[in-house]
Design a protein around this ligand. Structure first.
Ligand SMILES: *Cc1c(COP(=O)(O)O)cnc(C)c1O
Length: 401
C-alpha cells in the first residue's frame, strides 16, 4: 500500500502553492505586446503591487528571481567602493551581503546568529559610530527564510533616525510579503524587495523593487546600468521600458489573477490568516516538544515569521522525518539552509495559498512520521493546532472584533 498518491503538497518556503485560478490565467496564446490587454493589465499590476507593499511611492518590475531583486536594489543606490551595513539573522542576510561584495561594495556586517532578530540598539550604535556617514544603506531581511526570524522594520527605521544617520533602510520581504504585516511607508523603509513565488502565489521569475523618494535620489547619484535602472521600469515612456525588453507576458497574467485574489481577501485578512496558521504550527511543535527534543528555532513569538517556521529536531532526525513525510505521505517540507548539522533542522512553508485544512493536514503528517520513525514526542499536537484554528474563528472572538 502507498499513502502518497493524490495531490502532493509542497510545504516549502517558496515556490509556494499556486492557486488553480493563477495557473489557468496563464493558459492563453502569446498576447499582443504593443497594445490592449497586456498593456492595460500591467498598469493595474503597478497600482496593486503598491497596495500590497503599503506604499504610495514607486515600484519597478524585473524578469528575475529574488537574487535579481537584491542586485537591482543595490545597483540603484550604492556604487562600487561605497559601504553598506548588513544585519544578518540567517543565510539570506549573508547571501545579500555576498552579492554586495561581488558588486565591489564594502560590507560591514552585524551577525545576530541563527536564533535572534536584528537588534535596533546595535544598529543605532553602529550608525552613531559612523560619524562621516560612510554607510549608504542598511540591508536586512524582514524575514530570513533560513531561520524563520522576523525583524522589526519600524524599530530599525526608528534606530536609524535616532542616530541622525541618512542611510537608506532596504528590507528584503521576499518571504514575508503578503504573509507577515509589512507597512513600507508607515514603518520608514526606503527600499523593499520581493519576488513572485512566495506570498504572491505566482511562478518564480518576477522580482519587484519598491522605492521611496530618498532612494530615488540615490539613483541619480549612482547612475545604474541600463538593465538594472529602476527609473524607466517604474516610469516608462513606452511599454517596452517596463522590462527593458520583452515583458514576461504570462507571469503578468498570473500575477493579475493572484492580486485579484489577494484584494478580495484584503491585507488585514491575509495577515490574520497567516497569523492563525503560523500559530497553529507553533502550538503543534510546542506540544511535540513536551515529550521530546523538538523545538521551534525562534523562542520569542514576536520574532517569528508567519510565512515560514524553522524547527530543530536533533540527532539527524529532522532530515529523516522530512524525507519520510515526502516519500511516504506526499508532503514535502523545507530543507535546512545554512544550519549545522544540517540534518537537525527542517522548515515548514506556510505563505501564500494555504488554509487551515492544509496546516492541520501537515501537522497530522508530521505526527504520523514521529510515530512511524519512533521519534520521542509529546501528545496533543493536533488538538493544540485545532484549538488555535477554532479560537480564531469562534463566535466569541468574532463578536469582540
Ligand atoms: C527566497 C528568498 C530569497 C531568494 O529568492 P530567489 O527567488 O530564490 O532568488 C531571498 N531572500 C529571502 C528572504 C527569500 O525568502
Amino acid at each position: 500500500m502507498s499513502l502518497h498518491h493524490g495531490r502532493h503538497y509542497l510545504a516549502i518556503p517558496g515556490p509556494s502553492v499556486m492557486p488553480d485560478e493563477v495557473l489557468a490565467a496563464m493558459h492563453r496564446p502569446a498576447p499582443n505586446i504593443y497594445e490592449g490587454d497586456l498593456v492595460e493589465t500591467t498598469a493595474t499590476l503597478v497600482r496593486d503591487l503598491k497596495w500590497v507593499a503599503r506604499t504610495a511611492h514607486e515600484v519597478a518590475m524585473y524578469a528575475a528571481n529574488g537574487h535579481g531583486a537584491w542586485e537591482a536594489a543595490l545597483a540603484n543606490t550604492v556604487r562600487p567602493g561605497e559601504t553598506v551595513l548588513v544585519l544578518a539573522s540567517g543565510q539570506f542576510g549573508h547571501g545579500w551581503a555576498e552579492m554586495a561584495r561581488r558588486l565591489g561594495i564594502e560590507v560591514e556586517l552585524i551577525d545576530f546568529g541563527m536564533t535572534a532578530p536584528a537588534d535596533p540598539a546595535r544598529l543605532e550604535e553602529a550608525l552613531r559610530a559612523d560619524r562621516t556617514h560612510v554607510i549608504r544603506a542598511v540591508l536586512c531581511c524582514h524575514v530570513d527564510t533560513s531561520t524563520g526570524i522576523l525583524s522589526d522594520t519600524a524599530a530599525l527605521a526608528a534606530a536609524r533616525d535616532a542616530a541622525g544617520h541618512p542611510a537608506l533602510l532596504m528590507m528584503d520581504c521576499i518571504a514575508s510579503l503578503a504573509a507577515d504585516r509589512f507597512e513600507m511607508d508607515a514603518w520608514g523603509a526606503d527600499v523593499m524587495v520581493s519576488g513572485s513565488q512566495k506570498g504572491l502565489m505566482t511562478p518564480p521569475g518576477m522580482a519587484f523593487v519598491w522605492f521611496g523618494p530618498r532612494a530615488a535620489e540615490a539613483r541619480a547619484r549612482v547612475s545604474p546600468s541600463s538593465y538594472w535602472d529602476w527609473r524607466p521600469r517604474s516610469a516608462p515612456e513606452f511599454y517596452y521600458q517596463h522590462f527593458c525588453g520583452t515583458a514576461p507576458t504570462h507571469h503578468l497574467f498570473a500575477l493579475r489573477q493572484a492580486l485579484d485574489m489577494l484584494k478580495a481577501e484584503g491585507m488585514e485578512g491575509i495577515w490574520a490568516r497567516h497569523d492563525t496558521l503560523a500559530r497553529a504550527y507553533w502550538a503543534a511543535v510546542e506540544a511535540w516538544g513536551q515529550g521530546g527534543a523538538m523545538r521551534l528555532n525562534v523562542a520569542d513569538p514576536s520574532a517569528r515569521s508567519r510565512a515560514v517556521t524553522s524547527v530543530h529536531l536533533p540527532g539527524g532526525e529532522g532530515e529523516r522525518l522530512r524525507r519520510w513525510c515526502s516519500e511516504t505521505l506526499g508532503v514535502t517540507l523545507g530543507l535546512a539552509i545554512g544550519r549545522e548539522p544540517r540534518d537537525d533542522y527542517f522548515r515548514i512553508g506556510h505563505m501564500g495559498h494555504v488554509n487551515a485544512h492544509m496546516a492541520l493536514g501537515v501537522v497530522g503528517v508530521i505526527e504520523a512520521g514521529l510515530l512511524a520513525l519512533g521519534i520521542p514526542h509529546g501528545a496533543g499536537a493536533g488538538r493544540a493546532a485545532a484549538q488555535v484554528v477554532a479560537e480564531a474563528v469562534s463566535p466569541l472572538r468574532r463578536a469582540a472584533e
